[in-house]
Design a protein around this ligand. Structure first.
Ligand code: FAD
Ligand code: MLT
Ligand code: ZN
Length: 478
């Protein structure tokens, strides 16, 4: 699939896997189900979530410990076998699957929680822990994860870190660059870098862990993380609101920061074309009447009564000033989850159209929705739909375009047009999903040549043979 769509792509100078390699992997990973070579089983690991990239790896390796990851990388580096690290395989830029026949190293069996300090809220765990499992473990101890996203049921914390995932709580708890206190990483040559500090403050030399956050598996395999987890909020409320225009959405955002202050924990938006996806493709009802734009606001705080009063005053002001036309509020968990699922299931709903061209950009809020309108005008009725939704509170727009099947002509109309548009308005061509395989050639739309040269130099030092996730994220120095 990948090579049909990118016919000029050349396989790098890597060794071909042979029977002796498979047998050696078996010795490094003893036990059942740790070296997968069955063609049917391999299919899921070779195909990305969006079903837009497919590689042809012949083997998936499933280590349980850091030492095993180290031994595998040492072996692959000596043999010049290219490797793809894989977590939950929910990445949206083709970064988690092979392009050719790279060996897949999966963190599926690295799912132990190592410790939780109940005073500081510092959690230490292996990279293969599923995000939702960590959150439910923490909830039992009165803490919560500092990040949350629609793929929480399958994505791994290691994958979240490797992509520097943003999600719906970033507005409140900031990016992973702030919440991660320490990492343990295995370098391409198998050397373990132990930066698994559990300290809030540690200014001793370069902060190496930051390099791995967002490096998309190109600099090392993350094996453990120390995460600073916030207290579980006692009260969570969600409001789902309807607005007449995108400018009103921005007015409501500004007012929500002012009136809800410290209890505001999410501010998401979706347009009416997104709501059509929810209704038509997922058969879920619109929770309120029809409007051009919808907002989902979440509050989280320590005192229910106080938060409810604040939220009610805010909503009364929004309705009486006509900034918001209609809305519904959820205070019990089942309704809260139902409202959240309208927003969180967008990516899934879009897949029902056939093919999804997915863009994830940062833009100044004043230009934010213009891109969606411009793209609709640009593509006309050649596509099924053009939708806009996303983390408006973080300036992060998800622009999605669908067609019944992949079309090269449509792709040529969208790219590089969309990236030129974003660069022209001083945005970023990847806000939170990364560059992976699909977007790496567009890095210069958001980074200077000198910045990319420094990235290439860092990659060369840390992975001189280029075995870690080749063809992804950083363009080759040549
Ligand atoms: P994978 O997809 O397996 O891998 C992603 C990248 O990380 C690959 O380059 C891979 O090589 C590398 N990698 C994985 N594990 C490791 C490791 N241990 N060490 C080194 N490299 C590794 N993203 C957001 O930012 N915000 C969202 O709100 C959001 N919502 C989503 C909703 C849905 C329904 C889906 C399907 C995806 C969403 N994503 C979102 C995208 C995705 O980035 C996240 O789901 C997640 O961070 C990927 O984790 P994963 O374990 O699935 O990683
Ligand atoms: C989201 O916010 O829903 C995710 O990033 C997935 C997507 O962009 O579709
Ligand atoms: Zn998102």
């Amino acid at each position: 699939l990948t090579r049909i769509r990118y016919p000029n792509l050349k396989r790098g100078p890597y060794a071909n896997i042979c029977d002796a390699d498979i047998s050696n992997f078996g010795k490094l990973l003893p036990g059942k189900g740790r070296v997968i070579t069955d063609v049917t089983e391999l299919e899921g690991y070779n195909t990305d979530w969006l079903k837009t990239c497919r590689g042809s790896s012949q083997v998936v390796l499933r280590p349980k410990t850091t030492e095993e990851v180290s031994a595998l990388l040492c072996y692959c580096n000596d043999r010049r076998l290219a490797v793809v690290p894989q977590g939950g395989n929910t990445g949206l830029v083709g970064g988690s699957v092979p392009v050719f026949d790279e060996v897949i190293i999966s963190t599926e069996l690295m799912n132990n929680i190592i410790s939780l300090d109940e005073v500081s809220g510092i959690l230490v765990c292996q990279a293969g822990c599923i995000l939702a499992n960590l959150d439910s473990y923490l909830k039992d101890h009165n803490f919560t994860m500092p990040l949350d996203l629609g793929a929480k049921g399958s994505c791994h914390i290691g994958g979240n870190l490797a992509t520097n995932a943003g999600g719906v709580r970033l507005l409140r708890y900031g990016s992973l660059h702030g919440s991660i206190l320490g990492l343990e990483v295995v370098q391409a040559n198998g050397e373990v870098i132990d930066c698994l500090s559990t300290l809030r403050k540690d200014n001793t030399g370069y902060d190496l862990k930051q390099l791995f956050i967002g490096s998309e598996g190109t600099l090392g395999i993350i094996t453990k993380a120390a995460i600073l987890c916030p207290q579980k909020p006692n009260a969570v409320y969600v409001a789902f609101l309807g607005c007449d225009s995108f400018n009103r959405v921005l007015d409501v955002f500004q007012k929500s920061k002012h009136m809800l202050g410290e209890i505001l924990s999410a501010f998401e938006f979706m347009d009416s074309a997104s709501m059509d996806v929810i209704r038509n493709n997922l058969k879920m009802p619109n929770p309120i009447a029809d409007f051009p734009f919808y907002i989902l606001i979440e509050t989280s705080g320590s005192q229910g009564g106080h938060d409810e009063e604040k939220l009610n005053t805010f909503l009364e002001t929004m309705l009486s000033s006509q900034l918001v036309k209609d809305g519904t509020v959820a205070t019990d968990m089942s309704k809260i989850e139902a409202l959240w699922s309208v927003r969180e299931r967008m990516a899934e709903g879009l897949m029902h159209d056939g093919y999804c061209y997915k863009y994830d950009v940062s833009l100044p809020l004043m230009k934010f929705y213009n891109l969606v309108e411009d793209m609709r005008h640009h593509l006309g009725n050649r596509v099924t739909r053009v939708v806009g939704y996303g983390h408006v509170g973080d300036g992060n727009l998800h622009l999605n375009i669908t067609t019944p099947a992949y079309s090269h002509e449509i792709m040529d109309l969208i790219e590089p047009y969309v990236y030129d548009w974003v660069a022209h308005h001083h945005g970023s061509i990847s806000a939170e999903h990364g560059l992976g395989f699909k977007k790496k050639q567009f890095i210069y739309h958001s980074k200077t040549k000198s910045a990319v040269r420094l990235m290439q130099a860092i990659k060369k030092v840390m992975d001189p043979n280029g075995i870690l996730n080749p063809y992804k994220t950083i363009p080759d120095a040549s």
